[in-house]
Design a protein around this ligand. Structure first.
Ligand code: B12
Ligand code: SF4
Ligand code: SF4
Length: 215
């Protein structure tokens, strides 16, 4: 039988890890990154650095190979439009909750994690962990600094992310703090600070977001 712990080990050399799983017809195992571990592995081979999105290219190449090795089908979060519902799956698999600014928050890793793939198995998988019984950190965060730290107020409690406002600001402030240190709203969150993306990693995502987001 396939084991959750064995697959998690296979992911280590990529700086990735399993982020929980659930059963619904097939067994779903989510693959993700926590902090910048992945950043240290990604892009080591020059041939992986293919624009416009080298990280997606690297993910596909490495996870296609691993899926074949472990006998899984693989789905990616970036294949779309008609994107696979990764945030919905993540809430079924792991201890994560919607944050007021959009990305899911984890009690330990805060906003500093993301999803890179899901493996699907026709068979049962051993050792899939139960979801820890913890509350969302946002419930006891009364001042919600994430909501008041964006210079252009791209976030508000119950409205969708005004991403065009963010992109316009970034384009006009290429040397500004967001591009230099990463999204200030995410930085303002006190949870999981030790997992905050390294500068170059944060810059990579913001730069791709700035250049590639839908117009
Ligand atoms: C399309 C998309 C975007 C688009 C949304 C544009 C739009 N309104 O259509 C844009 C380009 C703006 C975007 C931006 C970002 N995104 Co995005 N995005 C996605 C993607 C590929 C599909 C979402 C979707 O359309 N779902 C289908 C619809 C029907 O469901 P929905 O719930 O209504 O989806 C909406 C939200 O997901 C929202 N959304 C998507 N990303 C983000 C990010 C933020 C900050 C907010 C507030 C909302 C938001 O836009 C969707 C459409 O309205 C998902 C991956 C996936 N497959 O789920 C990642 C995803 C949601 N994004 C993610 C992230 C992290 C970001 C960024 C923070 C950049 C980054 N990679 O670090 C940026 C925000 C920039 C910043 N200031 O920091 C992560 C969230 C991880 C987590 N912890 O929950 C995901 C899951 C990708 C991943 N690999 O893990 N994203
Ligand atoms: S700053 Fe507070 S409300 Fe905002 S994401 Fe972090 S814990 Fe949640
Ligand atoms: S990157 Fe800067 S402008 Fe964009 S949402 Fe984050 S704080 Fe706001």
């Amino acid at each position: 039988m396939v084991s959750y712990l064995d697959i998690d080990k296979e992911l280590e050399p990529y700086g990735l890890c399993l982020r929980g799983g659930f059963v619904e017809n097939s067994t779903y195992l989510l693959v993700g990154n926590v902090g910048s571990k992945m950043w240290k592995q990604f892009g080591r081979e020059h041939e992986d650095w293919i624009e416009p999105n080298p990280m997606d290219n690297w993910t596909r190449k490495s996870m296609d190979a691993l899926a074949q090795k472990i006998g899984a089908t693989v789905i990616y979060p970036f294949d779309g439009p008609n994107y696979a519902p990764f945030q919905f799956w993540a809430e079924k698999a792991d201890c994560v909750f919607p944050s007021p600014i959009g990305p899911l928050i984890h009690p330990k890793y805060g906003l500093w994690h993301a999803y890179r793939a899901v493996f699907l198995f026709d068979q049962a998988v051993e050792d899939v962990p139960d979801i820890p019984d913890e509350a969302s950190p946002c419930e006891r965060c009364f001042t919600k600094p994430c909501l008041s730290s964006c210079p252009v107020e791209a976030f508000s409690q119950d409205k969708p992310f005004k991403f065009q406002k963010c992109i316009d600001f970034l384009n006009k402030n290429l040397e500004g703090s967001c591009m230099k240190y990463g999204c200030l709203a995410r930085q303002a969150c006190p949870v999981g600070k030790q997992y905050a993306y390294e500068r170059e990693h944060a810059f990579f995502h913001l730069e791709r977001f700035r250049r590639l987001a839908p117009k």
